[in-house]
Write a protein that binds this ligand. Structure first.
Ligand SMILES: C[S@@+](CC[C@H](N)C(=O)[O-])C[C@H]1O[C@@H](n2cnc3c(N)ncnc32)[C@H](O)[C@@H]1O
Length: 316
């Protein structure tokens, strides 16, 4: 009964809700109090949002973006809370785009994933090599469960962290040059995985490839020996039946011609003891090339690379 009075108070405080509910109960024969009991969360939501605004965790505009029937239908209470905390500090425009994308998010059913842009909720704006968080969302959807431990040893702008927070996975994220973001620890993966990663459920690998690869490796052989050691270390770290996902593009190595990095890496992971369980095409978008690149490539009979693979391995 106390709850019922509380709900009534909430509704009375919100003019729009009063109108909506009055109209609704005129049309429906069900009793208000039985309805209210079953829908406490829905009725409480505007009040909870108002509290978040008072606490400075959401702006009033962000609260109104979240205050939608679709949000409550798509996400449970815990997820909405995590979502709200991820919105902290985001602009209204980015918040709108992020929520819109999440409302439309469905796991990819085919093994070709096209993501033309990054969900603003995940990762760091302008970080070189930032990937769309939608890639991580799908990997975690297919290969992990809530509370699983996910490790990203080359976390860059921390896309993995934001997706793990939303999807309620535990995470450990490292980078050789960590940016200032909570949760990324400085660590050079060439020295192996930190002890506390042992027995993790999934390792997400997004190493330097494409043009970034040249910032880290002198020769293509240096790159392959890095991946070979990484594959062995992954094998010794991930739990039995655990999963490793590797995102890898191909490259034209310093003018020495096409290097099929993903194909070579695929072999190195098998050598380390893994079995491949899925290969997904995650192409780059054409917009990354300037008109000038396109014209030059045509003239010089050189194809521009959009192929990128996401290879999923299992330790058996
Ligand atoms: C492609 S970026 C990762 C981008 C990230 N997934 C994101 O969405 O922001 C590759 C990252 O690997 C890191 N890296 C390169 N060599 C490393 C090493 N030996 N140990 C740890 N991190 C390394 C780089 O600093 C870079 O941030």
């Amino acid at each position: 009964m106390e709850r019922f009075h509380h709900i009534k108070k909430v509704i009375n405080n919100d003019e729009n809700l009063v109108k909506r509910f009055t109209r609704f109960f005129e049309l429906e024969t069900i009793k208000f109090d039985s309805f209210a009991k079953e829908n406490v969360y829905y009725l409480d939501f505007p009040l909870w949002l108002a509290e978040m605004v008072d606490a400075g965790q959401l702006s009033a505009q962000q609260a109104s973006i979240l205050n939608k029937k679709e949000v409550l239908q798509k996400f449970n209470e815990e997820t909405v809370k995590r979502l709200a905390s991820l919105l902290e500090g985001k602009s209204v425009k980015d918040s709108e785009r992020a929520i819109d994308q999440l409302l439309h998010f469905e796991p990819e059913v085919y093994n070709v994933w096209n993501f033309p842009n990054c969900n603003p909720l995940f990762g760091t704006d302008g970080y070189p090599g930032r990937i769309p968080g939608q890639i991580v969302q799908n990997v975690l959807y297919y290969y992990t469960n809530e509370n699983d431990l996910v490790v990203d040893p080359m976390a860059g702008g921390g896309t993995i962290i934001d997706v793990c927070k939303l999807m309620n996975r535990r995470y450990l994220a490292y980078d050789i040059k960590p940016i200032e973001k909570d949760g990324i620890t400085e660590h050079d993966i060439r020295n192996g995985f930190p002890d506390k990663t042992k027995g993790c459920d999934l390792i997400f690998l997004d190493p330097p490839y494409h043009n970034m690869v040249f910032d880290f490796f002198e020769t293509v052989d240096d790159f392959y020996s890095f991946i070979s050691k990484l594959a062995q270390n992954c094998y010794n770290t991930v739990k039995e039946n655990g999963v490793v996902s590797l995102l890898m593009g191909n490259t034209n190595w310093k003018g020495d011609g096409f290097q099929d990095l993903s194909f070579q890496c695929y072999k190195l992971f098998i050598d380390a003891g893994f079995i491949p369980i899925m290969r997904i095409a995650v192409p780059f978008i054409t917009e990354q090339f300037e008109r000038f690149d396109v014209e030059r490539a045509k003239k010089e009979k050189e194809m521009l690379g959009l192929v990128r693979d996401l290879i999923i391995f299992k330790k058996v």
